[in-house]
Write a protein that binds this ligand. Structure first.
Ligand code: B1M
Length: 218
């Protein structure tokens, strides 16, 4: 198979949720020397975007989204060690979670992988994380940054609820708070009182590094 055929296969098979084929093609891509980032950004993520677009149009339903998501997650498991390959010392601690009411985790996991690749120690609280769990995580792990993901317009208000709870617990000035997720914007992040926003994993890593550097300097 040529690299183009592998990428096209990854796009098509992710869309129909054929996890065994996606795993085989991901491995074939690695064997053929295709960069993990190329498979992610040119095949896997665009495929899920198309799944989302079909769902939005009412052509596809939750089960289709679910199996596509599972196929993508399988590929991520294979790519994770390569994307997160790092020999550097920890540059900082990042506490991460998807907010209460929201079960989406592929985007969050991708941000985690890229953060680990950049040398962060990542503590992942998982999905549906309530404010009290963020607070307990801050107290236990003393992170430099708290990251919150929300993927639904209905769960985005949890950012503000979490930030209020962190403030009430007297921890707000101890952490930088970053938010992100498909429907989130810089304007929304500002309204919630977050310190940072990123539209994608690469930008999240860049901003996280800048925040830690500023924290260490000041
Ligand atoms: Co759902 N879903 N889903 N879904 N799902 C979306 C998000 C949706 C946009 C689809 C659509 O209508 N086009 C839509 C939300 C609409 C809205 O509110 N604006 C939607 C809906 C409506 C729903 C349900 C309500 C459907 C229903 O039940 N009727 C339901 C909600 C369940 C719940 O959470 N309570 C639901 C369920 C599901 C599944 C469980 C079936 C499955 C999730 C599987 C999983 O995550 N384990 C699923 C999936 C797969 C999707 C789509 C198709 C793909 C999401 C994804 O993984 N994208 C999605 C459509 C889409 O996004 N186009 C959709 C790939 C991922 C790499 O991108 O998540 O954007 P993304 O992450 C990016 C950035 O956002 C950013 O970096 C990541 C990597 O670059 N980022 C951060 C993320 N977190 C960050 C944090 C940061 C910084 C950057 O700082 C801390």
């Amino acid at each position: 198979m040529t690299p183009d055929e592998i990428l096209k296969g990854l796009y098509d098979e992710t869309m129909v949720g054929n996890k065994p084929a996606v795993l085989a093609l991901t491995q074939a891509g690695l064997d053929a020397g295709i960069l993990p980032e190329t498979m992610l950004f040119e095949a896997l993520i665009p495929s899920l975007e198309e799944v989302g677009a079909r769902f939005e149009r009412g052509d596809w339903f939750v089960p289709e989204m679910l199996i596509a998501g599972k196929a993508m997650a399988g590929a991520l498991d294979l790519l994770r060690p390569l994307l997160a390959q790092t020999g550097v010392e920890s540059v900082g601690t990042f506490l991460m979670g998807t907010v209460k009411g929201d079960v989406h985790d592929i985007g969050k996991n991708l941000v985690n992988i890229m953060l680990e690749g950049a040398g962060f120690t990542v503590i992942d609280l998982g999905v549906q994380v309530p404010p009290e769990k963020f607070i307990a995580g801050i107290e236990e792990h003393q992170p430099d940054i708290v990251g919150m993901s929300a993927f639904l317009t209905t769960t985005m208000p949890m950012f503000k609820a979490n930030i209020n709870a962190i403030e009430k617990a007297g921890l707000r000035d101890k952490v930088v708070i970053m938010v992100g997720g498909a429907p989130v914007t810089q304007e929304y992040a500002d309204v919630c009182g977050a310190d940072g926003y990123a539209a994608d994993a690469a930008t999240a890593v860049r901003k996280a590094k800048d925040f830690v550097a500023a924290k260490r300097a000041g």
